[in-house]
Design a protein around this ligand. Structure first.
Ligand SMILES: *Cc1c(COP(=O)(O)O)cnc(C)c1O
Length: 400
């Protein structure tokens, strides 16, 4: 006998929940890919993508996931033998660096662990020591989706400037775009990568590489190969070249609808404010559960947490128990542990994540927290009271 009936919710940090309207926009016959409305619709996407990235630079669209955005960005501005400095927090920046390594870049890793954010002073020191300018690019993520830490991108730019270093500044906003404040131009980011399936509320399969003039200049010395080359994708006269082949037809309709929601109806700044309130509600619930019992947010300092995702630690295997119960009995899928341990190791079962990115409201937030609260009771896991009341009080104060 189970209560699990009704609509399920995916509460992992990507892919995120797809709005019904975005799904409905894809439910249509295949369009002509050579002329007509798809071409016109696609042209309308670029200015809105730039609005979300807060830039007047360029954006190339690829049929790919986030890993495709990583590869596209690296291949357009770097050549084998180039050194890249990778600022590792959690899991994702390291993997970006390793990808570059796999095609001949020389990746140097600066490690800040599963609880830390990047220290701008250390970055500045490393760059000052590189007086010959051998480091061609600095790679980092804004939100690390494994640890849920957020890096201070403006402060990292300042560190590069202070060091008087000329490296390209490349930032992964795959988990953060549309959720955490990001200002590509004001913060001096040269290249930014993101994907469709997190804050942009669209199915996985579109990747975006943003670049400014400095990025465009760096493209001149690289040989990205025909498929990854961002020049025809951004400057090409022929629509077919924008995607190096058939356009991702239905994804483009989906993205149009999602950008209507994010840019034209809600507004990017309102979306950031909504994410901030929802994140605080989730954190207040975690704190309440943790008052007796030892559940805690992975990042102690609230100012260093992303508004898109929360990684939560438990003393024993409670995290996995909660996850399994929520999925099988409550219709909520929580995020797995990532980066702390490999599956099968005891540490694997001590972390879970809640994705609160993109298409989220009070109902969905309270639903996920209510499911976790119920799971704690069903599984007899020690926890403090008042988590749902704390979350509701915070949501009621919006904007926090
Ligand atoms: C999800 C994610 C990726 C990887 O994206 P895929 O679409 O799974 O390839 C990379 N970086 C960050 C920060 C992410 O959150």
């Amino acid at each position: 006998m189970s209560l699990n009936f009704g609509r399920a919710q995916l509460a992992i940090p990507g892919p995120s929940v797809i709005p019904d309207r975005v799904q409905a926009a894809m439910h249509r016959p295949s369009p002509n890919i050579y002329e007509g409305e798809l071409i016109d619709l696609t042209e309308t996407l670029y200015p809105d993508l730039k609005t979300v990235g807060r830039t007047t630079g360029d954006v190339a669209i690829y049929i790919a996931n986030g890993h495709g955005a990583w590869e596209a960005a690296l291949r357009n501005v770097l050549v084998p033998g180039d050194k890249v400095l990778v600022l590792c927090t959690g899991r994702f920046a390291r993997n970006w660096g390793l990808m570059g390594d796999s095609f001949g870049l020389e990746a140097e890793f600066l490690e800040f662990g599963m609880q830390g954010d990047v220290d701008p002073n250390q970055l500045e020191d490393v760059l000052r020591a590189d007086s010959s300018g051998s480091i061609k690019a600095v790679l980092t993520v804004q939100t690390d989706t494994a640890s849920s830490v957020i890096n201070d991108i403006a402060a990292l730019r300042q560190a590069i400037t202070n060091a008087g270093h000329d490296a390209l500044f490349m930032v992964d906003c795959i988990a953060s775009l549309g959720c955490d404040r990001f200002e590509m131009d004001d913060w001096g980011v040269d290249i930014m990568v993101t994907g469709s399936q997190k804050g942009l509320m669209t199915p996985a399969g579109l990747a975006f590489v943003y670049f400014n003039d400095k990025g465009a200049e760096a493209r001149g010395r690289a040989k990205p190969g025909q498929y990854w080359d961002w020049v025809p994708r951004t400057r090409g006269e022929i629509f077919y070249q924008k995607f190096a082949g058939t356009a991702p037809t239905h994804h483009l309709y989906a993205l149009r609808e999602a950008l209507d929601i994010l840019v034209h109806e809600e507004g990017v700044e309102a979306a950031w404010a909504r994410h901030k309130t929802i994140a605080h509600a989730v954190w207040d619930a975690i704190d309440a559960w943790g008052t007796s019992g030892v559940m805690r947010h992975n990042i102690a300092d609230r100012t260093k947490r992303s508004f898109a995702v929360s990684a939560i630690s438990t003393p024993g295997d409670e995290a996995s128990k909660l996850r399994h119960w929520c999925e099988s009995e409550a219709g909520v899928t929580l995020g797995i542990s990532l980066g702390f341990a490999e599956p099968g190791q005891p540490e694997w079962d001590r972390h879970f994540r809640i994705g609160h990115m993109g298409h989220q409201n009070v109902l969905m937030t309270m639903g996920v927290l209510g499911a976790v609260d119920t799971a704690l009771k069903a599984q007899d896991i020690a926890h403090g009271d008042g988590a749902l009341a704390a979350a509701a009080s915070t949501l009621a104060r919006h904007p926090v």
